[in-house]
Design a protein around this ligand. Structure first.
Ligand code: PHE
Length: 397
């Protein structure tokens, strides 16, 4: 039905784009014309405001996309129930990139050309935001990533924003935590070389750690989707570390925790926000208990804004929000707030209003967009106990 022709048009369109690009013929205008064949939406001139979202609703990191989507939907529904924005309802159009390389770019082209969205929300994983951001920038469509922390993302251009902190900070947070709270100075690092996020976070951690008295005793790597980490862990064990930094995503981290224990490695594992998913403890079980990671959000936060959000989220989805849900909620919140202040959804004015965001009270902290289009916020260190995440400490910028 409606889906089929669109799907096939979409893939043939992607193929022709690839061909044209290979031939080196593609200008921005050509891209626009070609994409415009993919049927027009009504744009902001219609009776609703089309906002695009691209997220990993399925695939390897499905919990990132489903959570951020839930947060976005909660925020937009709240605004629509309260009468909408600029006298119109906000119409969220979501593309599932299936956690696959290439699909974020395809989805975003479609949202821009077919649906004529006025802004984009996404992605969580940095590699996928990096793939989509140049397209948003070229088309001058403001893009807000809720959770991509890799430093490169917002350097793509002046239409690209984020509502989270960046990995140079997150790496420093975990290095400080290792040195000052765990009092460990000999650390091994195990990086996912397929993810910009993991590579950037490992580098930031090592940089701060070694400059402040720590030693990296081993460095090993793997690729997203790997299942067997025994060779890397055996080598790490031989270097006798006091802790292991694993800045990866939750699936592999859960397996790494289990295989480390099987090999008799009994030192703490540490990581970053990519650990945040209920799947981490489902896979890691007992092996991940007592380990630590940095994050954007904790349901243990007693502030009324956070507790109100937790209550609404539980009421709607029957479970606790995680960091992606909270960041999705804040990303959409910052966008709607900017639309109201701009008084228009016109690209450049909307871009300027997002850039001017100051002291927005989010559920992940107070958001001020700085000159680099990032948000400067505290990070929370969490630990895993009885299969649940618990707040340990806050580390400020
Ligand atoms: N920061 C991660 C990345 O850039 C994604 C992420 C955000 C994961 C928030 C969990 C929570 O790839």
């Amino acid at each position: 039905m409606r889906n089929e022709p669109i799907m096939s048009l979409r893939s043939s369109l992607a193929d022709s784009l690839r061909l044209v690009r290979q031939l080196g013929l593609l200008s921005c205008g050509a891209l626009f014309l070609l994409s415009a064949c993919d049927k027009g939406g009504s744009g902001a001139s219609g009776d609703s405001i089309p906002v695009g979202e691209f997220a990993s609703l399925t695939g390897l990191t499905a919990s990132f996309g489903t959570s951020s989507h839930n947060g976005v939907v909660l925020q937009i529904d709240k605004a629509n129930t309260a009468g909408g924005v600029l006298g119109k309802k906000v119409n969220l159009i979501t593309e599932d990139d299936q956690s696959k390389p290439g699909e974020a770019a395809t989805g975003v082209r479609k949202l821009i050309s077919r649906d004529q969205v006025v802004a984009l929300l996404g992605e969580i994983a940095s590699s996928r935001s990096l793939e989509a951001a140049p397209i948003a920038q070229q088309s001058k469509i403001p893009m807000i990533t809720p959770g991509s922390t890799n430093v490169k993302v917002t350097t793509i251009g002046d239409y690209i924003f984020r509502v989270c902190f960046i990995d140079p900070f997150q790496g420093e947070v975990m290095a400080k935590f290792t040195l000052n709270s765990l009092h460990k100075t000999r650390v091994a690092v195990l990086t996912d070389v397929r993810q910009d996020y993991s590579v950037g976070l490992a580098a930031a951690y090592k940089d701060y750690f070694t400059k402040h008295g720590g030693t990296i005793v081993a460095e090993q790597s793997y690729s997203s989707g790997d299942q067997d980490f025994k060779a890397q862990l055996t080598s790490i064990k031989g270097s006798n570390p006091e802790a292991i930094f694993v800045p990866g995503y939750y699936n592999e981290v859960g397996l790494i925790a289990r295989q480390a224990k099987e090999l008799g490695i009994n030192v703490p594992l540490m990581g970053g926000d990519g650990w945040d998913s209920p799947t981490l403890t489902q896979i890691g079980g007992q092996a991940i208990e007592g380990d630590y990671f940095s994050n954007h959000f904790s349901t243990d936060d007693t502030s009324p804004v956070v507790q109100g959000f937790v209550k609404d989220y539980r009421g709607r989805y029957g479970k606790d929000p995680d960091a992606m849900a909270a960041l999705g909620y804040d990303g959409a919140g910052v966008l709607l707030d900017a639309m109201k202040r701009a008084g228009t959804t016109e690209h450049e004015k909307l871009r300027d209003a997002i850039a001017a965001t100051k002291n927005y009270q989010g559920v992940t902290g107070t958001i001020t967009i700085n000159a680099q289009r990032n948000a400067t916020k505290s990070a929370k260190v969490l630990t895993i106990k009885d299969g649940k995440f618990h707040f340990v400490e806050t580390i400020a910028p």
